[in-house]
Design a binder for this molecule. Structure first.
Ligand code: NAD
Length: 371
């Protein structure tokens, strides 16, 4: 008779994992709580990481991607959750930071069932975490989640029906690029500047449209041929494959695909004076912010420049306020760049200090930027 737990397998697996300790990991990737959900009937294996609820319920998207291991998924969730806390803090929003990841099944049989189960997972946290779209998830997925819980954004009609945040994120990145160009190149216009975009999915495409409208020359890379062909047809972009984008001689390198793309290998290849894009956790490690500064490359901290989506969600039904807040990212980033230069610190150092000040001493209710 098969035993309840295959002890041989269990011991082998324990041994291979024994160097991984969640609480040790928290020294580097801090979290408040991490929740796991397993539902074999729907193939769901999901993790929700909450970094902080000091300023309000934790918000953050849900991504469904391939992870090489559960450890990688937990680490990703924790890093992203922390980024959300910093993002809401620096924008003085009454939300904390959280993030959900779903380990993508190899052959998903019923997407709706999987996201309904994920909705029950979110509901089990009683509003402590509010979910949203992220890499690999769609508005349709958010609608399925909304059949199980109200704690979901980016739906068409249910929950917090804010729709796709990507155009707002792209607009914020556009203002961030303008601020970086003003600071670094002393230019108000993007006309004639060369911008390399890594990833032309939802955000990258919307960003390319804004930059093209302003007369920028675009080069892009994306493994999705349809996405790159659209950029060629609509904006006359040049396309390069894969890692060749890092070496492109450009004014702005804009990572809009994956995290951790700025690392010692890629920094050695970069041929730009500005890095400004939407991807979360762009730096492989935070000390690289100082490396970039030493190389005279201006880095726009990711969680500041990509906060357009969360700003839209926070000011639902107030489109004028959203537009004003997006435009204000220009001033926020310019102030960070100036302070970094004056104090000889990295831009990440300056942004983190501003966010941590708010996280450590929560503002009184009246001081919050309000919905
Ligand atoms: P998306 O999935 O729509 O687009 C990502 C694109 O990157 C895809 O077209 C994909 O093919 C491409 N890609 C994957 N690997 C690549 C590689 N190695 N080189 C070049 N391209 C590659 O995602 P999105 O919504 O556009 O988000 C892009 C990034 O911005 C993600 O890191 C996301 O976490 C971050 N972000 C998005 C939002 C938002 O509102 N959507 C908000 C904040 C942050």
């Amino acid at each position: 008779m098969a035993s309840y737990i295959d002890s041989e397998k269990s011991q082998a697996s324990e041994k291979s994992q024994e160097s991984i300790d969640l609480f040790d990991m928290a020294e580097q990737y801090p979290f408040s709580d991490v929740h796991f959900w397993r539902d074999p009937e729907t193939q769901l294996q999901a993790i929700i990481a909450i970094h902080s609820t000091k300023l309000g319920p934790a918000i953050g998207g849900c991504r469904i991607i391939d992870y090489p291991s559960t450890y990688a998924a937990v680490k990703d969730a924790c890093c992203l959750a922390a980024g959300m806390s910093y993002k809401t803090a620096i924008n003085k929003l009454p939300f904390g930071g959280g993030k959900a990841v779903i380990l993508k099944p190899k052959h998903l049989t019923d997407r709706k069932a999987l996201f309904a189960s994920f909705g029950r997972f979110v509901e089990s946290l009683n509003g402590r975490y509010i979910t949203a779209m992220d890499s690999g998830t769609t508005i349709a997925d958010m609608d399925v989640i909304a059949s199980q819980t109200d704690h979901v954004m980016c739906t068409t009609t249910a929950g917090l029906a804010s729709g796709d945040p990507s155009p707002h994120t792209a607009k914020g990145v556009y203002y961030g690029i303008k601020a970086a160009v003003k600071f670094k190149l002393q230019r108000d216009s993007l006309t004639g500047l060369h911008i390399a975009i890594q990833g032309v999915g939802n955000v990258g495409y919307a960003l390319a449209k804004l930059l093209h409208h302003d007369g920028a020359k675009l080069t892009a890379a994306d493994p999705n041929m349809q996405a790159t062909q659209r950029l060629v047809a609509e904006f006359g972009a040049d396309i390069v494959t894969g890692d060749d984008l890092y070496a492109v001689d450009c004014d702005v390198f804009s990572p809009c695909a994956l995290g951790q793309v700025i690392n010692p290998n890629t920094i050695a290849r970069l041929n730009t004076s500005i890095i400004a894009g939407s991807a979360n956790n762009q730096l492989q490690s935070l000390d690289l912010a100082a490396t970039l500064a030493a190389k005279n490359i201006l880095y726009a901290p990711d969680y500041v420049i990509n906060s357009g989506g969360v700003l839209q969600i926070s000011y639902l039904n107030k489109p004028d306020v959203v537009q004003h807040k997006l435009a204000a990212l220009y001033d926020t980033l310019l102030a960070i760049f100036r302070q970094a230069e004056q104090q000889n610190r990295s831009t990440v150092d300056v942004a983190n200090a501003l966010a941590e000040q708010i996280l450590m001493e929560p503002l009184s209710g009246d001081e919050y930027e309000h919905k």
